[in-house]
Design a protein around this ligand. Structure first.
Ligand code: 4NP
Length: 158
């Protein structure tokens, strides 16, 4: 059985699809695609069915990556379906745990930036209402966090 990762933000069109696609890219480069799988979701219903944001995809393309996906909303069944759930910011983290009524799954949920090794930032900032720099920053932060996350998961697999 593969180790299943779920990345979660608010809209599932900027940060979490970026995390999903960056992580899938690193997992593939490490030849671990059959052992680690990646998905993403949003805590809101705002953009269900939408592809990744065009500005976000442009930032990813500048780093050589094409974002694919279709937005969906995080739901309580995801707690059972995934091994680890990564929240992009503290608000996402709270909204995820609000659906864990019995407090059974708190150990599965972490903040994405806990896995950063270069950046000291504690959250992946919401880039939606800002400019190009915000989108570039999301990609840089996520490459850092995904690298740390991959090492962590890899150590759990063995
Ligand atoms: P995301 O960005 O949570 O990183 O996908 C956002 C996308 C849409 C909105 C907010 C943040 N929105 O308010 O529609």
């Amino acid at each position: 059985m593969a180790y299943k990762l779920l990345f979660v933000c608010l809209g599932n069109i900027c940060r979490s699809p970026s995390a999903e696609n960056i992580m899938r890219h690193l997992v593939s480069a490490a030849d671990l695609s059959d052992r680690i799988t990646c998905d993403s979701a949003g805590t809101s219903s705002y953009h269900i069915g939408s592809p990744p944001d065009r500005r976000m995809n442009q930032a990813a393309q500048r780093r050589g990556l094409e974002l694919v996906g279709s937005a969906r909303q995080f739901e309580a069944v995801d707690f059972e379906a995934f091994d680890r759930i990564l929240a992009m910011d503290r608000s996402n983290y709270r909204n995820i745990l609000a659906l864990d009524r019995d407090g059974k799954y708190a150990d599965k949920v972490s903040l994405m930036c806990d896995y950063c090794r270069e950046f000291a930032t504690k959250e992946v900032p919401d880039p939606y209402y800002g400019g190009e720099e915000g989108f570039n920053n999301v990609i840089d932060l996520l490459f850092d966090a995904c690298g740390g996350l991959l090492d962590e998961v890899r150590s759990e697999l063995d």
